[in-house]
Design a binder for this molecule. Sequence first.
Ligand code: C2E
Ligand code: MG
Ligand code: MG
Length: 431
Amino acid sequence: MDLAGTPRFRYALLLREIDDMWTAEDFRSVGLVLIRLAGLEAVNANFGYIGGDRALEEFEQRLLAVARQRDRVFRVGSTSFALLIHNPTNEGHAVLGAERISREAREPVLLGARRARLQAHMGVSLLPELAGGTEELLRHCELALDESRDRDEPYIVYSDGLAAGSAGHARADFDIHEALDKAELEMYFQPKVHLGSRELAGAEALIRWNSPRDGVQLPEAFLPGVERGWAIHALFGFSLNAALRQACDWCQKVPEFVMAVNMSPGNLEDPYLIDTVTDALGVWNLDADRLVLEITETALMRDPRASAAKLQALHELGVRIAIDDFGTGHASLAYLRDLPADELKIDRSFITQMLTSDRDRRIVASIIQLAHAVNMQVVAEGIEDGDAAQVLQDMGCEIGQGYFFNRPLSAGNFATAWLREREAAEAGADA
Ligand code: C2E
Ligand code: MG
Ligand code: MG
């Protein structure tokens, strides 16, 4: 197909296209320019969301104009694009493309009588000159793009030094595709309990990696690497579907059961987030209000307006929204009031300190009051003993979660610990 027309969506299509170019008979080289626009927040603030959309559309058109006949343009996120350069003559060719894109992005967009400006950051790499394969090419570009944002330079061409600098973030031996292919990822489930009745309210799904070398790995060992890149969409798809698959079963046993799934900041930027969630609910035949999506307060505050709009769209599906690790970010009362959130999860650090620190106890009490004032249910995370559970119950906190009730458990162990007991009790009551 020719380059004219609409850009294509999604990384999967981008990867497929790179593979197609690579295996074509006339293949010599593929150049990839990954682009992220900055400044949209200011355009939205000054010109409204319609103005923001117009500025993005205009940029898209300019990008299509930079592309040659057999190059391809993709939109891979709400403010992210990719230009795939077919058979570039050398690295300079790709750099020239990045230079032109940078100029086009800086060129003001006319919105009515006024001018709006965006800025592009870019990561550039080439296959086979710099990268050895399709996914490596994409990873290179992401690293280079991060670097271009950190240094606030319009574009960075990948070099080995960038890879060395980023290796400290996560285990280098974790590869999400390999982990998915080899079924090494698994969801664990931690119960959420009604503090009043101590009955099961639901569970939070927490991801684990069964490393063939070192056994079960916590998310902190591998999430940071994934969160920097496009793989976070694949991870969310896995977590969501694995969690809903269990919820589909457990909701039959506990009709009011609610399953919570964590989102990373990058997931909010996925233009297909709503489709992904709708599809998963459909596949597992669950009502939307059986699902809670958790997003941290800090993630929301990265781009408060855009986050609020995304949460609104999710909320309109009927999905419940929880603000995770509350108390560690800087959300204002006004922001909270307007957010379509149903649940506030008080960060573990306050709960841990609460029994020994008067100050933390007062903070917890006021978070509970604040949440109730804006009609949110409160969940306390990290309850490690009965005293904390009692104090929280007395303060009016509805739901508790923590080692006191159970550590995160495999699906089988969760069912044994929390559902068999209930089944047995129900069978007893029926008899
Ligand atoms: P989170 O969402 O705040 O999850 C709660 C974390 O606190 C879990 O750690 C849980 O094991 C731990 N925890 C629960 N109760 C207690 C307690 O009483 N004491 C202590 N000390 N810790 C407790 P975990 O499983 O290591 O997860 C860490 C974070 O990784 C999660 O924090 C969440 O932000 C992220 N995460 C986990 N699974 C996923 C996932 O599937 N997708 C995404 N995007 N993020 C995930
Ligand atoms: Mg959570
Ligand atoms: Mg949390």
